[in-house]
Design a protein around this ligand. Structure first.
Ligand code: BTN
Length: 243
């Protein structure tokens, strides 16, 4: 079943939803909309899907591509982590060995299943999610580095059902973040993140250190051990990804 805006909106309690066949990027389509947040923009394909750090996100038919736009919460730095955690929580019952990697990617056995990017404009944040769902294979570089739910489960998934359950989990998580703060998520995030190897980078005194995340505290303080053995405590928002 392809995604239908009216059905999806109804299932999400009347959330404003726009579903497109093809867009350049749901991030750009979401920015162009003059609607009060929260709202959702999804597309079956993207011709210029964006990833973090200027990378591109291959967005052929079969994947799930959406941007959920929110009013910027007080602890906006936590939105990427909390969005990825909500995605992890929604999918962990469907996928064995699902790992969350700093700051907001989902991997299964070192192959990427999903990525999140968060962009801000005005007083808004657009949490963009790309999830590999019904692709049967990937070409080029992605052949060895990406995986889809269908490749893992051997069955096709209904994109609309998946979209509704993931977005409803993200909306709930964003309410919890606004009402209770990062502290509410810290125990679960700490457990999920520390279950996987977490390569990260820290910049100190103009030097870049690569290392591993050892701990994450209730105010978002991250304890990192560099490859050379030095220990650093840095605010989570200053911790860079190492992939
Ligand atoms: C990453 O892992 O680098 C983040 C990938 C985010 C991809 C999604 S797909 C929907 C939304 N629109 C985009 O152009 N990018 C995000």
């Amino acid at each position: 079943m392809s995604m239908d805006a009216a059905r999806t909106s109804k299932a999400l309690g009347g959330l404003h939803v726009e579903c497109y066949g093809e867009v350049t990027s749901t991030q750009d389509a979401a920015r162009a909309l003059r609607v009060q947040p929260p709202y959702l923009v999804c597309a079956s394909e993207q011709s210029a899907g964006k990833g973090r750090l200027g990378r591109c996100w291959r967005s052929d038919r079969g994947g799930l591509y959406f941007t959920l736009v929110l009013q910027r919460p007080e602890q906006d730095w936590a939105v990427p982590l909390v969005s990825a955690y909500a995605l992890w929580k929604g999918l962990s019952s469907k996928v064995l060995s699902l790992e969350m990697k700093w700051p907001n990617d989902l991997y299964v056995e070192e192959k990427k299943l999903a990525g999140v990017m968060v962009e801000g404009w005005d007083a808004r944040l657009g949490a963009g999610v790309g999830l590999n769902v019904n692709q049967l294979s990937f070409e080029g570089d992605l052949a060895s580095s990406a995986v889809s739910l269908r490749m893992l489960a051997g069955a096709e998934f209904d994109l609309e059902v998946l979209l509704i359950s993931i977005v409803s989990g993200m909306l709930k998580a964003m309410d919890e973040l606004s009402n209770h703060g990062f502290r509410f998520f810290q125990p679960a995030l700490r457990r999920v993140l520390l279950e996987a190897d977490q390569p990260v980078k820290v910049i100190r005194d103009n030097r870049t250190y690569t290392g591993r995340l050892l701990d994450l505290g209730p105010s978002g303080e991250a304890l990192v051990q560099s490859a050379g053995g030095e220990l650093f405590t840095v605010p989570a928002q200053h911790l860079l990804e190492a992939r």
